[in-house]
Design a protein around this ligand. Structure first.
Ligand SMILES: [Zn+2]
Length: 259
């Protein structure tokens, strides 16, 4: 299986990164897609990829929370980063009107610029959306036919949101949110609606430790080694075997990111 969204540059992984990666391999995770969320983090993600070749790959992009940092130099920086063969997608980019750490106008500008860059470079996009589905769809729609591939990661929206995404041929990334007995209940029904060839899995670690794990891990830090647990929860929700789910999503991820 492949973890398509892991924030491995987060400082919570600084001390024991080697161990985290060894544990992920032992758990059957065959590749990690490290998420770039700013110019600096994307650069760090690329540096990590060089230390673990053919196991780590990364994205290069500016997260909607960091959209206020998007300036006249950003595209040139991202273009340079993306010229490296470890960089497999543009992102994390998109819209997050849940917390508005950057203004909606800044977020929309940064998102559209990155969509244009992905079209120019013919790279897939790795996208984020919270509480902004309509604007997200509106901005993405003109670019979708020109993009090689596009995924909305960590999907947590409504059925209408999901249907709008699937109508644009998006891939959908599902995290351990589905294991959350408070917030993840709707997702258990919605994952059945995702066509098998569009589904991918991710931890979004160190965030979103699956809440239903028993015994509960001592640390609240999520890790890629917990991906099998998330895969099992998704397989259960879809009425599929773990093996079937793992094989299909791994194949989807390989085709999507060309790894
Ligand atoms: Zn995200």
């Amino acid at each position: 299986m492949i973890d398509i969204g892991i924030n491995l540059t987060n400082k919570r992984f600084n001390k024991d990164l080697d161990q985290v990666i060894t544990n992920a391999k032992q758990a059957g995770v065959n590749a990690l897609m490290v998420t770039g969320t700013s110019i600096q983090e994307s650069q760090q993600a690329l540096t990590l990829c060089r230390h673990y070749p053919d196991y780590l790959f990364c994205t290069a992009g500016i997260h909607p929370h960091d959209a206020s940092t998007f300036d006249t130099q950003s595209l040139a920086h991202l273009r340079l980063l993306a010229s490296n063969s470890c960089v497999k997608a543009i992102g994390e980019c998109g819209l997050d009107f849940n917390r508005n750490f950057s203004t909606p106008a800044e977020q929309e500008h940064a998102f559209v610029q990155q969509l244009e860059l992905a079209v120019e470079l013919q790279l897939p996009v790795f996208m984020h959306e919270r509480d902004a589905n309509q604007r997200f769809i509106t901005l993405l729609k003109p670019y979708i036919s020109q993009l090689p591939n596009a995924v909305l990661h960590c999907f947590t929206g409504s059925q209408a949101d999901l249907e709008a995404c699937l109508a644009l041929d998006l891939h959908i990334g599902i995290t351990g949110w589905i294991c959350d007995e408070r917030r993840g209940i709707d997702l258990i029904d919605l994952v059945k609606l995702i066509p098998a060839e569009r589904l991918m899995i991710e931890t979004d670690a160190p965030y979103l430790l699956p809440r239903s794990m028993r015994p509960k891990p001592k640390s609240s830090r999520n890790e890629p080694k917990y991906l099998p647990y998330i895969a099992q929860a998704i397989a259960n929700a879809r009425g599929e075997s773990l093996k079937q789910l793992v094989q299909q999503t791994e194949q989807n991820s390989k085709l999507f990111f060309k790894i």
